[in-house]
Write a new protein. Structure first.
Length: 478
């Protein structure tokens, strides 16, 4: 930005040099005035550079603070990522161990589930075997019954045979006893088989339910196996990413640490440059005061041929304004206190800010004809306004006293210059001057970064012996 302004300044200087005439063709007043104009132009340029350098210094300070905060935050993040990396590696090891345990558990669960399913099959086989045993026992019971009948019949026949059948009767009785014992045994076996059948049937029902649960365990084991594998994979990927993030954060911190000293040096250089520019601007300000004093002295000793008419105009009309103010006080149109009011009330919504006082409406009534006469005095005149000792201009020329446009500060700065406080160096010196006249050279701010190199002559306004302000007349340099 400063380089652009420097180029603009050099171009303006080239244009001025092209329009200047040889020094021997100029009067002393013109030479001094030209010198003052050049000094003011340089001062304006330095002021812009000073403002920009101050802004740059503030911006660099903010960047410097932000960089160091970023380094601190990055270091914190790097430490945190290191901790996360260690935690991630530990968690990965725990997951791996858990996975191995779960794999063993799943394997055992599968074995148990398989055994349960096999048990259901074996119980079904046992139930079938019991059915066959029951059937065989029923056959034994039937045979025992038939044998018993045969034994009874044999006993009857032996009794009929008398002594001859006595031996056969003994055998028949033994067979009958064996048949009864066999029937009792078969009955007991049947009862036992029935009880065992109930147990096997109940066990079968329970085994079937357990088998279904075993199927679910097998299915869940497969899902669990896949889930654990996915967890391990995700943990490994997270660990890899954490390692990368940690390494990247360390690299970023290392890079920032290398940049920080250079940035600190740059900030120091910017501050040093800003201080140097500020000092140069202050020295130029002293040089401006000196050049204005020279101009004042030259004009005072009679070398005011070029500026004499303008000086005479402001002195005559400053006296005229004083007479009007004193007459108004005497006639009761305004009080002495109201005329010297310094309570500047801000006009809401104005940009640039405008103010009113107790005497604003009064000056709007009594000053316009004098101020407009100043504009008509010479074609080089660009403003004629009365300014109080605090830089306040209540009433201005009609063409720059337009109502403000909301949201357009650039237009307002050019066309709404009344009711404004100009407390810059030129404005305050112009308002507070109590010498017969004050001749200044300055860059008039027209808003939007536009400036006009201007001479400004002031004459004091005294009301009943008290200094109110000055009448200012600004005109372009020849």
């Amino acid at each position: 930005m400063q380089a652009v302004e420097a180029v603009a300044y050099e171009e303006d200087a080239d244009q001025r040099r092209a329009s200047e005439v040889e020094p021997e063709d100029l009067s002393l007043t013109q030479l001094v005035g030209g010198l003052g104009g050049s000094i003011v132009d340089v001062a304006g340029f330095l002021e812009n550079v000073d403002n920009k350098s101050r802004q740059h210094a503030v911006a660099v300070d903010r960047l410097k603070i932000a960089l160091h905060e970023l380094l601190d935050q990055n270091e914190t993040i790097s430490d945190s990522l290191g901790s996360i990396r260690n935690d991630s590696e530990n968690a990965l090891e725990v997951v791996a161990q858990s996975l191995r345990v779960m794999e063993d558990t799943v394997k055992y669960s599968k074995s148990i589930a398989t055994w349960v399913k096999d048990l259901d099959t074996r119980i079904r086989s046992s139930e079938d075997a019991l059915k066959h045993v029951r059937n065989d026992n029923d056959d034994i019971t039937a045979i025992a019954t038939q044998v018993n009948i045969l034994a009874i019949n044999a006993s009857i026949e032996a009794a009929r045979a008398g002594d001859a059948g006595r031996g056969f009767a003994v055998v028949a009785e033994a067979i009958n006893a064996l048949s009864r014992d066999t029937s009792r045994a078969a009955g007991g076996i049947a009862k036992n088989i029935a009880g065992l059948g109930k147990i096997v049937s109940s066990l079968r029902t329970e085994a079937a339910a357990i088998a279904r649960d075993a199927d679910k365990v097998l299915d869940d084991a497969a899902v669990t196996d896949n889930a654990l594998g996915g967890i391990e994979t995700a943990m490994r990927e997270m660990n890899v990413k954490t390692i990368r993030m940690s390494e990247t954060a360390k690299a970023a911190h290392q890079t920032g640490s290398q940049i920080a000293p250079a940035f600190d040096d740059m900030a120091e250089a910017v501050h040093s440059t800003s201080i140097s520019v500020t000092k140069a601007s202050e020295r130029i300000g002293h040089l401006i005061d000196l050049s204005e004093a020279i101009v004042q002295s030259v004009a005072s000793i009679g070398g005011n041929a070029a500026d004499g008419p303008f000086i005479s105009f402001v002195q005559t009309n400053a006296d005229l304004i004083a007479e009007r103010f004193e007459a108004a006080i005497e006639e009761g149109k305004i009080s002495h206190a109201a005329l010297f009011d310094t309570n500047y009330v801000q006009v809401e919504g104005t940009n640039p800010v405008q103010h009113t006082t107790q005497f604003t409406e009064f000056t709007d009534e009594v000053l316009p004809d004098i101020l407009e006469k100043g504009l008509d005095f010479h074609k080089r005149v660009c403003l004629c306004a009365a300014i109080d000792r605090n830089g306040y201009i209540p009433t201005h020329n009609t063409r720059v006293s337009q109502p403000q446009r909301p949201g357009d500060p650039v237009w307002n700065a050019r066309h709404s210059r009344n009711r404004r406080i100009f407390d810059d160096r030129v404005g305050l010196k112009g308002g507070r001057n109590q010498a017969p006249f004050l001749l200044q050279v300055y860059r008039r701010d027209m808003g939007g970064g536009s400036y006009t190199l201007t001479k400004d002559v002031c004459a004091p306004i005294f009301v009943n012996g008290q200094h109110w302000g000055n009448l200012r007349l600004a005109y372009l340099l020849e």
